[in-house]
Design a binder for this molecule. Structure first.
Ligand code: ZN
Length: 198
């Protein structure tokens, strides 16, 4: 999931990050002047900036760019939106999929915008619980709706690499509001997002 424009970097930010990353490489006992590592601080700095680019994105503005009036109040679902985020406790990746459902109340949003909303919240130092809750809140606040539900399924490298829990563990988080308080409606949502897996 990328927005096609090439990222623009703030040179001063890249340089500052790179100097810290070079120090980190040294502290790890490596030689930052060996060939393979020469450009690593700068590359790693740019990767960090890319992976936290959500701080520069206003998700509410993204949604408002693509709102359309709509009469039906049938559930709309965008499922299995891929995301990559950084766990704020270890600065290690966690990644997986997010499915969003909402019941329109007079308007709908362009579907690709929901993927952008996910990206805006994922690309920052994050925890899965807040990622899920914030996406639900953003959709609720910016699209007239009768209910919103968000489910996130993710694998955390801080668990997998450090072997704290079983390697195959995935973490599931859910947030909902409005009509999705109804268990029946939640079940309908889960049935629909699981269609592919049957
Ligand atoms: Zn972690």
């Amino acid at each position: 999931m990328s927005n096609n424009k090439k990222p623009q970097y703030d040179n001063e930010q890249v340089e500052k990050l790179a100097s810290h990353l070079k120090a980190i490489i040294e502290l790890l006992g490596e030689d930052p002047s060996r060939e393979g590592l020469l450009k690593t601080p700068e590359r790693a700095a740019k990767a960090l900036i890319d992976n936290t680019s959500g701080y520069n994105t206003d998700a509410g503005v993204l949604i408002k760019q693509a709102l359309f009036s709509h009469d039906s109040d049938q559930m709309v679902i965008v499922k299995d939106i891929e995301f990559y985020s950084l766990c704020e406790h270890h600065i290690l990746p966690f990644f997986g999929t997010i499915s969003i459902g909402y019941i329109p109340d007079g308007e709908i949003v362009g579907l690709s915008k929901l993927a952008r909303v996910v990206e805006s919240q994922a690309r920052r130092l994050q925890v899965q619980e807040r990622l899920t809750a914030d996406i639900c809140d953003i959709v609720d606040k910016n699209i007239k709706n009768k209910g919103v539900i968000v489910v996130c399924e993710a694998a955390h490298m801080c668990m997998k690499m450090r072997g704290i829990e079983k390697q195959e563990t995935t973490t599931v988080t859910i947030q909902f509001c409005g009509k999705f308080e109804s268990v029946e409606l939640q079940q309908q949502f889960f049935t629909l997002i699981n269609l592919k897996k049957q």
